[in-house]
Design a protein around this ligand. Structure first.
Ligand code: GTP
Ligand code: MG
Ligand code: ZN
Length: 310
């Protein structure tokens, strides 16, 4: 039987079979032999072949090829990397217009991760019903232009505007999406709007926002029906960019890529180095100030070693 791993708890895996039913499966030890230093050999999003047992459980016999994978550095002082999810079709970055306000730095950090893993991103600005002044509309417009020009998806939403949540639903249809965003931006509310049956709690401080408290958190695929899944994780900020050199960060800023090759030094970090083509592009307004600021912040946190996880 073929299926999809929708939940991983360490020793047991919940697999949704092609007929929609789900079965608890174990993974034979031989899959754990891996020279790639991955601490868990399968994750949610993996397509697997399962042999059903007499007791109603299953054994995972084969793991399908992956189109991508999200990893983070292993926790609890273990070496290697931990798989969070595989076969991710897109990342949904949820921000709210107000309460809490849009944080471009957060968006850009997630986008760097998306670039590194080659996963498309959709930026969602929720709570647009809270729009007050012309200034809000202007900001929304600016963000839209900035990120759309960079090639990312952009979608303003409100849970009080059904058209917008329908649009979001259609953008998620048939895909595996990773959802990320600050606490209170409306992630659970948007999911409920897309799939009322989920009945997720909203307006509460979620487990994920009490930083440092959760020990081992396992990802789960929430099913919205019709092969539409949302990865529920502690947040993409936890996904480590594994082994990235500081000078490589600009590779993950699409607007810097065409310029960085013209810098005098191959390992230019585009700050104080002479003859830097990226800084020139910034002066010429080909690169936005806010994106450049995010770039420097990410660079500095990686250099200081604080940010092994972006
Ligand atoms: N006005 C308005 N309020 C919203 C909207 N979406 C969500 N909210 C409210 O914002 C608050 C937080 O929403 P949640 O859905 O719990 O936010 P969350 O992102 O899931 O938060 P965590 O689970 O803590 O990460 C709730 O009181 C929601 O009712 C919206 O589009 N407009
Ligand atoms: Mg929530
Ligand atoms: Zn440079």
């Amino acid at each position: 039987m073929n299926g999809l791993i929708i939940k991983a708890t360490g020793s047991w895996y919940q697999v949704m079979l092609d007929d929609g039913s789900s079965v608890s499966c174990r993974l034979p030890g031989r899959f754990r032999l891996d020279d790639e230093e991955i601490v868990n050999p399968v994750a949610v999003g993996d397509n697997v072949e399962v042999a059903l047992q007499k007791d109603g459980t299953g054994i995972i016999e084969r793991i399908g090829d992956r189109k991508n994978r999200l990893v983070r550095k292993a926790t609890h002082g273990r070496r290697g990397v931990q798989l969070i999810a595989t076969n991710v079709d897109q990342v949904l970055i949820v921000q709210s217009l107000r309460d809490p306000a849009v944080k471009p730095g957060f968006i850009d950090r997630v986008l760097v991760t998306c670039e590194a893993y080659e996963i498309p991103a959709l930026i969602i600005i929720n709570k647009i019903d809270l729009q007050k002044k012309a200034k809000d509309a202007e900001m929304l417009d600016q963000l839209d232009r900035l990120y759309t020009d960079l090639g990312y998806g952009f979608l303003p939403t409100s849970i009080h505007d059904q058209k917008s949540t329908e649009l979001l639903k259609s953008r998620a249809a048939g895909k595996i999406s990773v959802l990320t965003g600050h606490s209170g931006t409306g992630k659970s509310s948007l999911l409920n709007a897309m799939a009322p049956d989920l009945k997720l709690k909203t307006g509460e401080i979620s487990r994920s926002s009490s930083k440092g408290k959760h020990t081992t958190t396992y990802a789960q695929l929430l099913s919205l029906g019709d092969h539409t899944f949302i990865v529920d994780t502690p947040g993409i900020r936890e996904f480590g960019l594994v082994d990235v050199e500081p000078y490589e960060i600009s590779l993950y800023f699409p607007e810097m890529r065409p310029h960085r090759e013209s810098c005098r030094f191959y390992n230019c970090t585009h700050r104080h180095e002479p003859s830097c083509a990226v800084r020139k592009a910034l002066d010429d307004k080909l690169i936005s100030e806010s994106r450049y600021k995010s770039y420097v912040n990410i660079l500095e946190s990686i250099e200081s070693g604080l940010d092994k996880a972006l």
